[in-house]
Design a protein around this ligand. Sequence first.
Ligand code: UDP
Ligand code: MG
Length: 313
Amino acid sequence: MKLSLVVPCYNEQDNVEKFYEETVSAFLGRGFDYEFVFVNDGSRDKTLERLKKLYNEKQESNITVVSFSRNFGKEAAIYAGIKNSTGDYISLIDADLQQRPEVVLEMVDILDNEQEYDCVAAYQAERKEGKAMSGAKTMFYKVINKLSEIELRADASDFRTFTRGVADAIMEMGEYHRFSKGIFSWIGFNTKFIPYEVQERNAGESKWGFRKLMRYALEGISAFSTKPLKLSTYIGMFMSFAAIVYLVVVIIQRLFFNVAVSGYATIVALILLLGGVQLFCIGIIGSYLAKTYIQSKNRPIYIAREILKKKDK
Ligand code: UDP
Ligand code: MG
């Protein structure tokens, strides 16, 4: 059995070597073959230099380095990593040592011993983040699970290990706008969820601010659900119904109670409201159209500037 560790790296200059050392010592004496597939996602620091140093110094290890021509994002890095992996099992793990290599061993044991599982995913036993953030995340999962036909687990990360069959299925999903969590759920297979304790980041800082996460959440919804597109139909139906009811009320008032309905304020408010609703719905359609447009160009998910790989593989 051979294991491939797919490691996306973006500005991780002070982590990659430590990650390598700690993984090697955790895997010592476990008796299986493994390789590292580092993906340098257009880092602006010395990450690539450090990766090349590792590649040159550790001739005995199987190290592959894929270096992007610019920053394409973690999702693209994962895709490139899997594509360049050769193992029977594939692990996705971050370079910052927040996820311990020891947990990977646990995952490998499960895949070895429990044949019914094709994938083992780790979830954070205890979330280490603020109340507002975890509240916002819970909210997001509620919304996306309601809207789309896939089922996402709120606490699962993309720290996981899976078989070659699962990797092939992921490669089949050639979409440009990649949302891993959705992809993992969409392809199916049997996944076992195990708890793990997330560590403090070794060095550097997280690339995920609140705004970026928000964008990611909206991406996720539009990637795996088309229900927002139907929103305008529902709003339109509701508005028409309300308009008819109001019309009947006005006619009755005029005919039987002789009330002259005055209405400057009402009309202005209604025009603004309806205009707002229409623009909102057009915006939703626009965001799907934009995705279709980009996808129809069939652009590659990533562009590698350089791939370092040992020949005998
Ligand atoms: N990452 C990447 N490209 C990006 C952003 C992040 O390859 O554009 C990598 C990063 O180097 C790390 C992993 O994805 O190995 C997780 O990123 P980070 O630690 O910033 O996220 P967090 O752990 O805070 O969720
Ligand atoms: Mg991290």
